[in-house]
Design a protein around this ligand. Structure first.
Ligand SMILES: N[C@@H](CCC(=O)N[C@@H](CS)C(=O)NCC(=O)O)C(=O)O
Length: 209
């Protein structure tokens, strides 16, 4: 049984989606990042970085296993439960290629684009232009990839799709849309309509209700 510390955020949503796809039981523990819940001492003992998501797996025998970083959590769940990550070496490398592109490229670009457009206490035009440009550039790269394949790493749905979906679900925050990304739009609709994804979104959105 897993407990997931989460909120309706682009990084949080990835974990319940993976758990729903794997048909696993879990409990969601809300951390209201709009009200500073991520800086509360109780939460900082769980994740000193003050970020969601966090996965906690209780262990009857000893200390619970605590894991942060959404990409690491996706890899852990896929490896432990034997789905959403191919075992064949080349196919697996393609999934990691997309996962690392997500974690080091698209995700930070979308996050900073949103921060400087929507949350920064004062306007910083160079930062807005730089990060909005990076968000659009990484989206364009993803569109080229999806022109070649059904899913981001090939013909099979995998954890890299779940990772990218998280930020594309919250693309309005980053100030991007799919107007010039028809392949991403096609892929997004196919992921968003998966029953596991619909269930995960409903459960995570209820945390802020
Ligand atoms: N690299 C981390 C990023 C986690 C992250 O930035 N989470 C955001 C929500 S999507 C958060 O907790 N923000 C609160 C804050 O920065 O104060 C991951 O992929 O899990």
């Amino acid at each position: 049984m897993y407990t997931i510390y989460a909120f309706p955020t682009p990084n949080s949503i990835k974990v319940p989606i993976a758990l729903e796809e794997l048909n696993l039981e879990y409990t969601l523990h809300p951390v209201n990042i709009r009200q500073g819940g991520q800086r509360e001492p109780d939460f900082l003992t769980v994740n000193p970085a003050g970020k969601v998501p966090v996965l906690v797996e209780e262990s009857p025998a000893g200390q619970p296993f605590v894991l942060s970083e959404s990409a690491a959590i996706l890899v852990f769940l896929a490896e432990k439960h034997g789905k959403l990550l191919p075992t064949e070496q080349i196919a697996r490398a393609r999934v990691f290629e997309q996962l690392f592109f997500h974690a080091s490229g698209l995700s930070p670009a979308f996050g900073q684009s949103g921060y400087f457009q929507k949350l920064a206490p004062e306007p910083v035009p160079l930062a807005i232009s730089r990060f909005h440009g990076e968000a659009k550039r990484t989206l364009g790269l993803l569109d080229r990839t999806l022109a070649q394949h059904t899913y981001v790493a090939g013909d099979d749905y995998a954890i890299a799709d779940i990772a990218h979906f998280g930020w594309l679900w919250r693309r309005a925050f980053a100030g991007v849309d799919f107007d010039e990304s028809p392949n991403v739009a096609r892929w997004y609709e196919s992921i968003a309509s998966r029953p596991a994804v619909v269930r995960a979104i409903a459960k995570v959105e209820a945390l802020a209700a």
